[in-house]
Design a protein around this ligand. Sequence first.
Ligand code: MF3
Ligand code: CO
Ligand code: CO
Length: 298
Amino acid sequence: MHCAACGAGGQAVSIAQVLLYNGPALNIPAVICQSCKRLHTMAISIKTPQELEKMRVAGRLAAEVLEMIGPYVQAGVSTGELDRLCHDYIVNVQQAIPAPLNYNGFPKSICTSVNHVVCHGIPSDAKILKKGDIINIDVTVIKDGYHGDTSKMFVIDEVPAHVGRLVEVTKQCLYRAIEIVRPGTRLGDIGHVIQSLAESNHFSVVREYCGHGIGRIFHEDPQVLHFGKPGTGVVLQEGMTFTIEPMLNAGTHHTKLSKSDGWTVTTRDRRLSAQWEHTLAVTSDGVEVLTRRSDEHF
Ligand code: MF3
Ligand code: CO
Ligand code: CO
C-alpha cells in the first residue's frame, strides 16, 4: 500500500477507528505511513460495473450541457443568463440536478470564470461577455445519485495569440494527462506531465485547487494535484473515478480568494487563467473519458 500524502509505502494496520466528519467512529482500513508517520485512511472508492454505468450517464449529461451552451457563449450575453440556460436544461430536459447549486452555499448552478478568475466564478446578470474575453464554464450534474463534472474554455471572438496559447496549452495539459491514465500510473506522474508542459510554455500551475475523486460524493479522495514528481503518490487501479482539471496562469501561480463572496478565486497578479476538466474512469487497460464531447476523440 502507498501513503496518500507522500506516496511512500505504508505499513498496513488492518482496521483503524477513524472519526469522520464529527460522525461516529467508523472501522475503516487505514495505513500508517513509514515515511511521514501519519495515519491515512484508505478512502478511495472503487466503483462497481453498475456504478460505472451510472457515472457514464452523469458524465454524458454534463458533457451535453457544455455542448448545449456553446452557441450562447457570445459577446453581449451575461454569465447570469448562461447560468439560467444551463439550470433550466439540466432540471427540465435532463431531469438531473445541478450539483453546485447550494453546495456549501454556492448560489448558482454552474461556475463561470472570466479572464483573471481562476475558478468558482459566480454567474451574474451584471457580468456581460465582450470581445477578447476568455471564459471557463464548469458544469457538474447529479443523475441517479452520481456526479459528472467537466469544464471547458470559450474565447469571445478573436483573442491575441498569447491568450490563445494559454487556452490551448491548458487543454493539452489535460489531454496529455488523460493519455497516461491506466492501472499502475501514479498521481505524481499525472501532476508531472501537466506541470512539465505548462512550465515549458512559461505558464504556471495553480497549487491551491486540484482534481478529485468523484462518484456519489462530489469531491472525494483522492486529491489529484496538477504538479508533482513521477513515481510518487497514489497508484491508480481499475474502477477509480476522478477528475483532472488543470488551472494554468499566464503570470505567477498565486491566487486570491474573494473576501466579499467567499467563492471567486482570482490570480493574485490579475493576469489571465485558463482551465479544462474531465471526469475519468480507470479501466483494465486504460481510461474512459466519462465527460467526452462529440468534438473530442479519445
Ligand atoms: N465543479 C467544480 C470542480 O471542478 C466545483 C464547483 S463547487 C462550487 O470541482 F460550489 F463552486 F460550485
Ligand atoms: Co471537479
Ligand atoms: Co468542475
